[in-house]
Design a protein around this ligand. Structure first.
Ligand code: ZN
Ligand code: ZN
Length: 423
């Protein structure tokens, strides 16, 4: 597969073209950060309450705005969008999970097999620029570091990451503490600490840091736990800026509370509902948000794909699902691809979006909510989590400032802004 065909170093030697967009090679060290699940509500609360001084300084001296993420608003989809600079229609990764139409198996995306194009990181590193990637979750690493030369490891496997950086041979040694628990706030803080250490020692010209949304799934904006987490994130961003980095920050998706006033999750089991009306075995419902890293959300989010298992009346099914309370939008394959830039050959027969306070699942038995243990369900996947922060630590040039006024930004524009858009 010719995934690299869209990559080239331009003849001027100062830029690369990736997926038909030109990126200037960094003249100063540039760090792009994806804070997983960084809903705008955390940013606003944090700036107003003195928790995010570095981001407040960016608001005052650089650029702070908002962007749209790719649908479904899930981690793999959007991290891939960010590092390729294009939507899923082009890069091909349209969820964390998908249904293999040949085997009927549900498969988690853990490698770059479904990736259909090259990445900005790969192209920049290929042009001889020192490049690094640190991610919380190992499952993302193969996509993020696809065809990239340079340092690349995950906090999850910090112990195994074979490095050779000034005498440090593992990421644990580099950061100076042991590999964090997979289900912890520290998994993300470790990513930043590794990024700061790498920057101090090697000063890569381009670095991408990507965290986990473990904290945001558990704690709302303003909770002591999320305040402490974001304060730690902000401190490290402040450090990178102080060390001379241009830092650009966005998120893969937002995060919302999905419960009623009584604290019970608002859940619609779409496969159960369709089976009850149209017959058992008529459809398979796939939840592309399913993520083993945040086990307590029970694989429930605000977007599912419905795959017909035998010939049926798609229109009637869609009409039925539209009538369920808490459903925001139901679109057939062609329409969801058109409206949300998704790959036609990888969609279900129709897609279901629930509203910002409701989640959709497959069958009741597929989802284990016992891990919530009395906590409120917070999740993402739908349109309620489409808006994400978009920050650049240095002032934008006139061309890019104009873009912020005349065009809608996507989180996958963040490398463009960081590399082409600063003064
Ligand atoms: Zn995420
Ligand atoms: Zn999540």
């Amino acid at each position: 597969m010719a995934k690299t065909s869209a990559l080239s170093t331009d003849q001027d030697g100062h830029s690369v073209t990736v997926n038909q967009r030109q990126y200037a090679l960094p003249k100063t060290p540039t760090v792009v950060v994806c804070v997983d699940g960084f809903d705008p509500a955390y940013l606003t609360h944090g700036i107003e309450n003195g928790i995010l001084p570095a981001m407040k300084a960016i608001k005052e001296g650089g650029y702070l705005g908002y962007a749209k993420c790719s649908m479904p608003s899930t981690t793999n989809t959007n991290n891939t969008s960010i590092v390729t600079g294009v939507p899923p229609a082009i890069h091909g990764i349209n969820g964390n999970y998908y249904l293999d139409s040949e085997t009927g198996e549900e498969i988690m995306v853990t490698d770059a097999k479904r990736l259909r194009c090259g990445t900005i990181l790969g192209a920049v590193s290929g042009a001889g620029v020192s490049t690094a990637v640190v991610t919380a979750k190992d499952k993302l690493l193969k996509v993020l570091a696809y065809n990239m030369k340079g340092v690349a490891f995950s906090a999850q496997n910090a112990n195994d990451a074979k490095l050779d950086i000034d005498g440090f041979h593992t990421a644990e040694a580099l950061v100076g503490r042991s590999q964090p628990d997979q289900y912890s706030a520290d998994l993300s803080i470790f990513v930043f600490d590794a990024g700061v250490r790498l920057f101090e020692l090697k000063r890569p010209m381009l670095m991408y840091l990507s965290t986990s949304d473990y904290v945001q799934h558990k704690y709302a904006p303003g909770a002591p736990e999320s305040n402490a987490f974001l304060k730690a994130v902000d401190e490290r961003i402040g450090k990178l800026i102080k060390l001379g980095a241009t830092v650009a920050i966005t998120a893969d998706h937002g995060m919302n509370d999905k419960c009623g006033p009584d604290g019970e999750a608002n859940v619609i089991y779409v496969q159960d509902e369709i089976s009850a009306r149209f017959g058992e075995g008529s459809v398979r419902v796939i939840c592309p948000i399913a993520d083993p890293f945040v086990k307590h959300h029970g694989a429930l989010g605000s977007f599912v794909r419905v795959h017909l298992q035998k010939p049926g009346d798609v229109g009637a099914m869609m009409e039925f699902v539209r009538g369920l309370p808490g459903i925001e939008l139901v679109l057939d394959k062609a329409e969801v691809c058109k409206q949300f830039d998704l790959p036609l050959d990888r969609e279900g027969d129709f897609a279901v979006f629930s509203d910002r306070n409701t989640v959709v699942g497959a069958r009741r038995e597929d989802h284990n909510l016992s891990e919530l243990a009395g906590e409120r369900l917070r999740s993402h996947g739908g349109l309620g989590e489409e808006t994400v922060p978009f920050l650049v630590s240095r002032p934008l040039n006139d061309v890019y400032l104009r873009k912020t006024k005349n065009e809608v930004q996507h989180n996958y524009d963040i490398f463009d802004f960081a590399l082409n858009g600063v003064e």
